[in-house]
Design a protein around this ligand. Structure first.
Ligand SMILES: Nc1nc2c(c(=O)[nH]1)N[C@H]1C(S)=C(S)[C@@H](COP(=O)(O)O)O[C@H]1N2
Ligand SMILES: [Mo]
Length: 369
């Protein structure tokens, strides 16, 4: 099923400093849409407004013929159909998911890939069956160390032909409230979000939440697939092994205030008081602080932060801003999580543009009426 294809033009690369976004990047951006930032107003993102990322094609999966095979280093491997999965104990979890490539197009120089600005995030209510009890029932071998999750989609990436596949350590697969989800916001999963079944791995960047799941394999060696060992790494130079991309770094986003200019999306607001609102999240525990800057990051003030509505979901924040000087300014916000990690104001650059949580900057024109 896998091999090397001569598609050198698809190699990972970094754009020249003056190189504009290409038609290849536009093609990806048109397929994989972000959350329109005004949709930060919803606690739970309506399905069609949730961001979307599909590496290859949305696969053609017939839900009646679909099966999930769970095997490898277990005493009692099983093959389940959708009714079998639905007959298992069910839970619903509100989970915020962000693509690891979020913010990539803002990096300088720009890694060439899906060119996200800051909008690759969403929060849904995922219903499904917990993964850990299923693994326990099947009798995980004493020598097991990892679990591989394979989707039904197939493609080629940097010359390597593959099914989309990701692995987690056995500990991470067992202890993280992982779900095999068949509903999103109370409806069967839509095709683009992984129908009929996907993994939901709370706290992790998006790449771990394998869609169109068909195989779960318990492994006695660490998982060594392309998406873990090559694609999702934090590297500075070509050929670096780098560190793996894992859980979401803290990030705050603001619903852009006022109204937008059609072309530039610069915001127009009137002189006076404004309530700025947004969301903040982190895979490293709850967010404990959100700050806002109305002068492009020179000075910061604390926003009011609401508690999480679920352990794995974003938190609402708001801030009363007095716009008293007509003219242009830049609004920013930044989050600090439970571990004390704070969003950087300088870009955390890496070659693949991963896990970049540089603060959001919103250009605003304040007008005197
Ligand atoms: N099978 C499969 N699962 C996948 C992907 C994929 O291309 N194929 N993309 C991953 C990535 S990179 C992200 S960010 C999330 C996006 O989930 P969403 O489209 O439901 O928002 O799915 C992940 N799961
Ligand atoms: Mo992603």
């Amino acid at each position: 099923m896998t091999g090397d294809l001569d598609l050198a033009e698809g190699a990972a690369r970094v754009a020249r400093p003056d190189e504009a976004v290409s038609l290849d990047e536009l093609q990806l951006a048109a397929r994989n849409h972000g959350l329109p930032l005004e949709a930060l107003r919803y606690d739970v993102t309506p399905v069609g407004l949730h961001y979307l990322l599909v590496h290859y094609d949305i696969p053609d999966v017939d839900p009646d013929a679909w099966r999930l095979a769970v095997g490898g280093a277990v005493s009692r491997p099983v093959t389940l159909d959708l009714d079998d999965v639905r007959a298992r104990p069910a839970t619903t979890a509100r989970v915020t998911i962000e693509c690891a490539g979020n913010g990539r197009a803002r990096l300088l120089p720009r890694p060439v890939s899906q060119p996200w600005l800051t909008e690759a995030v969403g929060t849904a209510e995922w219903t499904g069956t917990p993964l850990a009890p299923l693994l326990d029932e099947l009798g995980v071998g004493d020598d097991a160390v990892a679990v591989g999750f394979r989707g039904a989609d197939h493609g080629v990436e940097r010359g390597v032909e593959q099914d989309y596949e990701r692995g987690l350590s056995l500990d991470d697969a067992r202890t993280g409230d992982l779900l095999l989800a068949y509903e999103m916001n109370g409806q069967p999963l839509p095709p683009q979000h992984g129908a009929p079944l996907r993994l939901v791995a709370p706290g992790w960047y998006g790449m771990a939440h394998v869609k169109w799941l068909t195989h779960i394999e318990v492994l006695t060696e660490p998982f060594a697939g392309f998406q873990n060992d090559t694609a999702y790494r934090l590297t500075q130079a070509e050929g670096d092994a780098g560190e793996p991309v894992t859980r979401m770094r803290p990030r705050a986003l603001m619903s852009p205030p006022g109204f937008p200019d059609f072309m530039t999306r610069t915001r127009v607001v009137d002189v006076g008081d404004h309530e700025l609102r947004g969301r903040a999240w982190s895979g490293g525990g709850p967010v404990r602080r959100v700050e806002v800057s109305a002068d492009d990051g020179r000075t910061w003030a604390d926003a009011e932060l609401a508690p999480a509505t679920s352990r794995w979901a974003w938190q609402a924040w708001r801030y009363r801003w007095r716009a008293d000087t007509p003219g242009r300014t830049t609004l920013c916000c930044r989050a600090t999580d439970e571990s004390g990690e704070v969003q950087p104001v300088e870009q955390p650059w890496n070659r693949q543009g991963m896990a970049n949580n540089l603060v959001q900057r919103i250009p605003v024109l304040v007008r005197q009426r």
